[in-house]
Design a protein around this ligand. Structure first.
Ligand SMILES: CC(C)(COP(=O)(O)OP(=O)(O)OC[C@H]1O[C@@H](n2cnc3c(N)ncnc32)[C@H](O)[C@@H]1OP(=O)(O)O)[C@@H](O)C(=O)NCCC(=O)NCCS
Length: 161
């Protein structure tokens, strides 16, 4: 199982003002808010944590079929700028985040070994959806493979296994 999420920092800054009163309490747990407060670059930390939560949610949603807005139940365990975990209702998702310029991209997996199996797919690949969740049909092996799409502002990434 995989999930990914990409953020265009320039658009994120324009779209939402995380400094407005009460916003952080609605989206980030106490421990996450401490990370944001202590960060050298709080803006980057906000969107780094956000992208981890979204990437993990895409797996959670795929596993359970449950669709909901549950930012406080997706708790980031931050190891460093690039790695960590997200815990959601007893499930653990491992995250890997790359930050290049104004692009923040997180991949979430259920087992760390899967990080080595991630393939980047291009937009031409024909995707199917089941209940809104994307899959790739591999005609060579006659199997359905999970795919995760994310787009934001100037960026789009499609990954598969
Ligand atoms: C559904 C949701 C995850 C989409 O994320 P987004 O950042 O708005 O948009 P993205 O571009 O990253 O993802 C959209 C793609 O996700 C895909 N997608 C939806 N559910 C998915 C899942 N379970 N697994 C993989 N991909 C999924 C869709 O195919 C869509 O692509 P398409 O419109 O081209 O078909 C998000 O809107 C949502 O509902 N989040 C709720 C979870 C939550 O509490 N988040 C708070 C974070 S702090």
């Amino acid at each position: 199982m995989i999930g990914n999420d990409i953020i265009d920092l320039a658009l994120a800054k324009k779209e939402s003002n995380w400094k407005r009163s009460g916003y952080l309490d609605k989206v980030f747990t106490f421990r996450e808010q401490i990370l944001i407060q202590n960060a050298q670059n709080p803006d980057e930390m906000v969107w780094n944590l956000w992208s981890r939560k979204e990437a993990a949610y895409k797996i959670y949603n795929r596993q359970t079929g449950i669709r909901s807005y549950i930012p406080l139940q997706l708790e980031c365990i931050y190891e460093n700028r690039n790695f960590g975990k997200v815990i959601c209702k007893g499930n653990t998702y491992y995250t890997k985040t790359a930050i290049v310029g104004e692009k923040i991209h997180t991949i979430a997996v259920v087992e760390k070994l899967l990080f080595n199996q991630i393939k980047y797919l291009n937009s031409i690949v024909k995707l199917n959806k089941i209940n809104g969740i994307p899959f790739f049909y591999d005609s060579n092996t006659d199997t359905i493979k999970p795919v995760s799409i994310s787009h934001h502002g100037r960026y789009k990434v499609i990954i598969g296994l």
